[in-house]
Design a protein around this ligand. Structure first.
Ligand SMILES: [Zn+2]
Length: 220
């Protein structure tokens, strides 16, 4: 029963985070009003927002204008995969891991769709984790080194500016061995994606998110 309740909490958070990402991708204000259809601006009623049930009844279409707002693949991601991973992170990790996971999901969805992301929450979260960790002088030297390297890669356009705080967050969360593994997994999965995809450029944050989840599973 407890697990079902925690899953439902994660379902609500996953829906909220993906709704914010959709607004950001559509270049709409994030916090202005209740959930609405991005196609016709119809404000959704409470019965249009019941996780799992509403999408199933409406078959992923807006009740007002019939515009599709979700494919089955997306529903599987938003109402299955993301909240289930959120549940795993919640049960096995700390609340900071849960916040990090959903922040990464938000940034990854934006990056996947637009090759850019809203970077300021990631910087704020990196700053908060830095204060929370109370790092040693060795940690600070490592972080500054990572920051300089990643910034250089961003200047040369090999990475985007949005990747910088995300990599810094991972540096603050993982120890050095796991951080190295995190970077290797992210880079290898990006390379595999570039080999099999028709895209000429790959968004990096989705693969950093994938590496974050895999590391949590491997190290728990
Ligand atoms: Zn609509």
């Amino acid at each position: 029963m407890n697990t079902i309740l925690l899953y439902l909490i994660n379902l609500v958070i996953a829906s909220w985070v993906t709704c914010l990402a959709d607004r950001s991708i559509a270049d709409r204000p994030l916090w202005t009003q209740r959930s609405y259809c991005l196609a016709c601006h119809h404000v959704l009623s409470w019965y249009d927002l019941i996780p799992l049930v509403s999408a199933f009844i409406l078959r992923g279409h807006c009740r007002s204008c019939q515009a599709p707002y979700a494919t089955w693949k997306r529903l599987l991601l938003v109402e299955g995969v993301i909240p289930l991973i959120g549940l795993f992170v919640l049960v096995t990790g700390s609340w900071t891991m849960v916040v990090t996971f959903y922040l990464l999901v938000f940034l990854a969805l934006e990056d996947w769709a637009t090759m850019t992301c809203t970077v300021f929450p990631a910087w704020i979260w990196a700053g908060f984790l830095f204060l929370l960790k109370e790092p040693s002088s060795n940690d600070i030297i490592c972080m500054v080194t990572v920051l300089i390297l990643v910034t250089l890669l961003s200047v040369t356009k090999l990475l985007g500016w949005g990747d910088v705080p995300v990599i810094l967050i991972a540096c603050l969360i993982f120890d050095s061995a796991n951080f190295a593994l995190f970077i290797i997994v992210a880079c290898l999965s990006t390379l595999v994606y570039l080999l099999v995809s028709t895209r000429r450029q790959a968004p990096f944050i989705p693969f950093l998110t994938l590496a974050f989840v895999l590391l949590l599973i491997l190290t728990h």
